[in-house]
Design a protein around this ligand. Structure first.
Ligand code: ADP
Length: 251
């Protein structure tokens, strides 16, 4: 489902074509990604798993347009973002990409609704108050619009961050260890919420995680080892994923 060679129905929200990236550290060169190709269908939830150093963050950064590949192409929706210059890429990201981080990254001096609508404000776009209300209700924060981040629990802060990621109706939401700072019950609620955004809002979500329980919330788990794709699992159980992770890079 996730390589160039296999077919899937429906449009791709995200396509990576032979994306390669290496970093220079002193005199050495580390290849973080070796010509990775994958396609993520629109309206699906994908988890990316792999050991530390396998290239997960690099892949997410390339896919989300936070950094550019050395070679290859990244298409988000119908836009080849690898060809965009820095300024155009910043604008594109703001309007078409949502981000959710482990540490929420809310601005402490802004209320929930101002944090959530910040991407619109930065893009010079007006706030659709019906959509704002819908999104806040979808993430379970109705009535908390005027709260400050420090008045919210960790789970509520992550819900606000998810609302902020959804507010622009982006082509894709990228989540980097979104449950890493949460207890298991709150983590489950946040994962259910991400699933809900896919099922009910048709959102495309790509999540990096090292947690097999989190990964199993996704429709498909794709595995990375040493900067290369190492297979995928659809509708996987925690046991499937845990077993697969144990043998990564050994096939
Ligand atoms: P993961 O997210 O799976 O832990 P990364 O994408 O962070 O993996 O890293 C992949 C490889 O690239 C690792 O060997 C890492 O040390 C290297 N790397 C990542 N970012 C940089 C950087 N900015 N400078 C140098 N090396 C980097």
């Amino acid at each position: 489902m996730y390589t160039e060679t296999t077919e899937f129905s429906g449009p791709a929200a995200l396509q990576l074509e032979a994306v390669a990236k290496s970093y220079r550290t002193g005199t050495a060169r580390v290849t973080a990604l070796h010509e990775v190709s994958l396609a993520v269908p629109a309206g699906t939830f994908t988890a990316i798993m792999g050991p530390s150093g396998s290239g997960k963050s690099t892949l997410l950064q390339m896919a989300a347009g936070l950094d550019t590949p050395d070679s290859g192409r990244v298409l988000l929706g119908s836009t080849d973002i690898s060809r965009l210059r820095r300024k155009a890429l910043t604008v594109f990201r703001r309007d078409h990409v949502g981000f959710v981080f482990q540490s929420y990254n809310l601005l402490p001096q802004l209320s929930v609704s101002r944090n959530v609508t910040l991407p619109l404000l930065l893009g010079g776009r007006s706030v659709d108050h019906d959509w704002l209300g819908y999104v806040l209700e979808a993430v379970g924060l109705s009535g908390l619009n005027d709260r400050m981040p420090q008045e919210l629990s960790g789970g509520q802060q992550q819900r606000a961050a998810i609302a902020r990621a959804l507010i622009t109706r982006p082509d894709a939401v990228f989540a980097d260890e979104p449950t890493g700072a949460l207890d298991s019950v709150t983590a489950r609620q946040v994962l259910d919420l991400l699933r809900h955004t896919v099922a009910d809002l048709g959102q495309t979500v790509v999540m990096v995680t090292h947690d097999p329980v989190a990964a199993c919330s996704a429709d498909t788990v794709i595995f990375l080892a040493d900067g290369r794709l190492d297979g995928s699992l659809a509708n996987a159980s925690v046991r499937d994923v845990t077993e697969r992770v144990a043998y990564l890079g050994e096939r």
